[in-house]
Design a binder for this molecule. Sequence first.
Ligand SMILES: Cc1cc2nc3c(=O)[nH]c(=O)nc-3n(C[C@H](O)[C@H](O)[C@H](O)COP(=O)(O)OP(=O)(O)OC[C@H]3O[C@@H](n4cnc5c(N)ncnc54)[C@H](O)[C@@H]3O)c2cc1C
Length: 284
Amino acid sequence: MIPSQFEYHRPADMAGALAVLAEHGDDARVLAGGHSLIPMMKLRMADVPHLIDLQDIEALKGIKIAGGQITIGAMTTQHELIADTALHAAAPIIREASLQIADPQVRYMGTIGGNVANGDPGNDMPGLMQCLDAQFTLEGAEGKRTVPARDFYEAAYMTERDDEEILTQISFAVQQGGYAYEKQKRKIGDYATAACAVSITKENGTVTAASVAMTNLSDTPVFSEAANAVLVGTSCDTADIKAAVAAALEDIDPTEDNRGPVAFKKHVAGIIIKRAIERAASRA
Ligand SMILES: Cc1cc2nc3c(=O)[nH]c(=O)nc-3n(C[C@H](O)[C@H](O)[C@H](O)COP(=O)(O)OP(=O)(O)OC[C@H]3O[C@@H](n4cnc5c(N)ncnc54)[C@H](O)[C@@H]3O)c2cc1C
């Protein structure tokens, strides 16, 4: 299908992008890689009279690692996340998760900013960012503010971002301990039936910190405080993992769709969460 008519803007810097947003308000949307927004426009599920392409804004690109912090520009593509060796050394879960998103063609275009700003419960990065306790920087006419990923998602496609703000960067600490990103999908290129990001730190065989977050098992990503609490202080043996999985399953609220009924999704979630915790613990 062909989208309805729109005016195309291509600002060279943030000031230009914010000016178009301020002028057109609700009638304007920013365009990153376009692999979620353009299909929505073609299906006429999104009507965007003013499209603001961010691709010329250099300030939104790149990966920086300094002082134990990783900062990723919103326009950094999923392919760039996978290819960056310094990022892989500092936070290997990013490559592990990114390789499970869609296919190479989508990853060459799709950006980390578009993936987290979109608010689609099926996107993999929002859950991952909760696991990493990432901070999102938003910039608007009033200036900049930072919102924790764990507070950003309100409902499907609804986030804490104001219409006139642009997500500029994502930051989180260099990763410690073990990690795993597990995803079940119907076929290559599909969104998750269930996915889970886990990070576990151990000292002398005891879990000192755990972070379990899930994708596409509710209308927002789910960060399971309960599962984390079960794991901390344990040796993460079979019984501990079983208890953590049970706690995580209490936090999800999947809905029936073309990936299956609720009971099936809960069953798949249980397997995926267990595998993710086991693998993260084995690497911790
Ligand atoms: C066939 C196919 C399979 C896919 N499978 C997966 C999958 O398995 N897992 C997955 O996670 N994703 C999947 N995707 C989505 C893909 O990863 C998208 O690229 C991603 O969700 C959105 O990123 P984008 O850069 O394309 O954003 P766009 O489509 O350009 O934008 C998406 C939304 O975010 C807003 N936005 C974008 N950037 C910003 C910003 N900096 N500030 C504020 N708002 C912004 C836009 O206005 C728009 O509303 C798939 C896509 C396709 C086409």
